[in-house]
Design a protein around this ligand. Structure first.
Ligand code: E4P
Length: 225
């Protein structure tokens, strides 16, 4: 299982990578634009924050296969290290995935809303396929079911492509998707902190400390007693 951060906020990424078992970072054009900074600086900043080994997924904007290939090669050079180029599953995008596979560029097929889109992208050579859970739930579809069917389809066809479930707005969506056997989830910064938070955990920790301090004194730990 891989937890990935769906943000381009370098300060948050640095903090989260220090605290949690993070496999990498995903961005998309909306996420990058939200930072209101130079694109190259953002990508270099993320790479500096996560090091060479963790993944960074960066999306192309072009709509023609040949242009997508050019953008992908540029992104690969810019982002260095362990980089995945995100390509939407439009017909020209599928062609670009086939062309880039021949050049050993790692690809995340994105903007996926149906199992057939995921299967076609996987067969074209995508390393990850990224279905959008909350955007599906918002049109009265079942995002978790779509992810479960993609996981199953890839297994049936013995494809090595991994599922990177994306677009989450609550903890329950993430949890249910994890139970489908998905290989990775990408979670935005507000939601990521909610995955680990529980009021009873906070209450328990505070109670432990106050019980301890009543007996052994303020700011004392096991090291002092
Ligand atoms: C992945 O990187 C997707 O682009 C992203 O998770 C979409 O999330 P949203 O539906 O919250 O915009």
């Amino acid at each position: 299982m891989q937890y990935i951060l769906d943000t381009a906020d370098v300060d948050f990424i640095r903090k989260a990578v220090d605290l949690y078992p993070i496999a990498g970072v995903t961005t998309n054009p909306t996420i990058v634009a939200k930072e209101k900074k130079n694109f190259k600086e953002i990508i270099r900043g993320i790479r500096e924050a996560i090091g060479e080994d963790l993944m960074i997924h960066v999306q192309c904007l072009s709509l023609k296969a040949e242009d997508i290939v050019k953008e992908a090669l540029y992104i690969k050079e810019l982002a260095k290290g362990n980089v995945f180029v995100k390509i939407p599953v439009i017909p020209e995008g599928i062609k670009a995935i086939k062309l880039l596979k021949e050049r050993n560029i790692k690809i995340t097929a994105t903007a996926i809303f149906t199992p057939q889109q995921a299967l076609i992208a996987a067969m074209a050579g995508a390393d990850y396929v990224a279905p959008y859970v909350d955007r599906l739930d918002n049109i009265s579809a079942d995002g978790v079911k779509v992810v479960a069917e993609i996981v199953e389809l890839l297994k049936i066809n013995n494809l090595e492509t991994k599922v990177l479930a994306a677009s989450f707005k609550n903890v329950e969506q993430v949890h249910k998707v994890c139970l489908t056997g998905v290989q990775s989830v990408t979670v935005n910064k507000d939601l990521f902190e909610k995955l680990i938070y529980h009021p009873l955990t906070e209450w328990s920790v505070n109670t432990f400390i106050s019980d301890w301090e009543n007996q052994y004194g303020k700011n004392k730990t096991t090291l002092d007693c």
